[in-house]
Design a binder for this molecule. Structure first.
Ligand code: HEC
Length: 167
């Protein structure tokens, strides 16, 4: 084998590596392009609500302790972010009566009573919009009522649109 063969052999393997990498990129691009299944949409929704629940726990803990700190403020910011995204989680076709959905606590009413549902979403977003500045004051006299209003808004929607845990 002379030097030239070695160089071209090297070039060849570099080329093959590059081609393999390009294939991988193309493949993962295809994967991302495939739409989520109805169950995947419902599962992601559930995970997002778990995230809301986790942050709400932090806020309720702060209310109980009577102390608002930076982690409380961060939790309120996270809930605010999630509350804005919430309408997008209820994609048509991801409800309990839709084909391919085997596990969801969302009730069909979300999609059969869209105006009522939108009103609950709005009430929640308004409560959260007031919660954030109230939390930032670190003043319990402001934080207390704001967290109560937010919890009421969670319940307000769950009462009509979420299957209770024990059912
Ligand atoms: C506009 C309606 C609405 C609002 C507002 C809302 N939720 Fe929910 N929530 C739902 C629905 C519907 C589900 C079921 C989602 C699924 O399983 O597909 C759900 C699911 C959950 C879950 C998942 C576990 C379970 O019990 O099924 C938690 C935790 C949760 N919500 C907490 C909260 C908290 C805390 C708030 C307020 C800070 C809140 N939610 C506000 C409608 C709402």
């Amino acid at each position: 084998m002379n030097n030239l063969d070695q160089v071209s052999g090297f070039r060849n393997s570099v080329f093959r590596l590059a081609a393999a990498a390009a294939c991988l990129v193309a493949f993962s691009g295809t994967l991302t392009a495939i739409a989520a299944t109805p169950q995947e949409i419902a599962t992601t929704r559930d995970e997002n609500f778990d995230e809301i629940g986790k942050n709400m726990k932090i806020l309720l803990g702060a209310a109980k302790a009577g102390v608002v700190d930076d982690s409380t403020i961060a939790a309120a910011a996270k809930i605010s972010e999630l509350s804005k995204a919430l309408p997008g989680w209820f994609v048509k076709g991801s409800g309990p009566t839709d084909p391919g959905v085997t596990k969801t606590r969302a009730l069909a009413e979300v999609w059969t009573k869209p105006e009522d549902f939108a009103a609950k979403v709005k009430a929640f977003q308004e409560a959260v919009a007031a919660l954030q500045p109230a939390t930032a004051t670190k003043d319990m006299a402001q934080f207390g009522p704001a967290i109560k209003a937010t919890a009421d808004a969670c319940k307000g929607c769950h009462d009509t649109f979420k299957k209770p845990k024990d059912k």
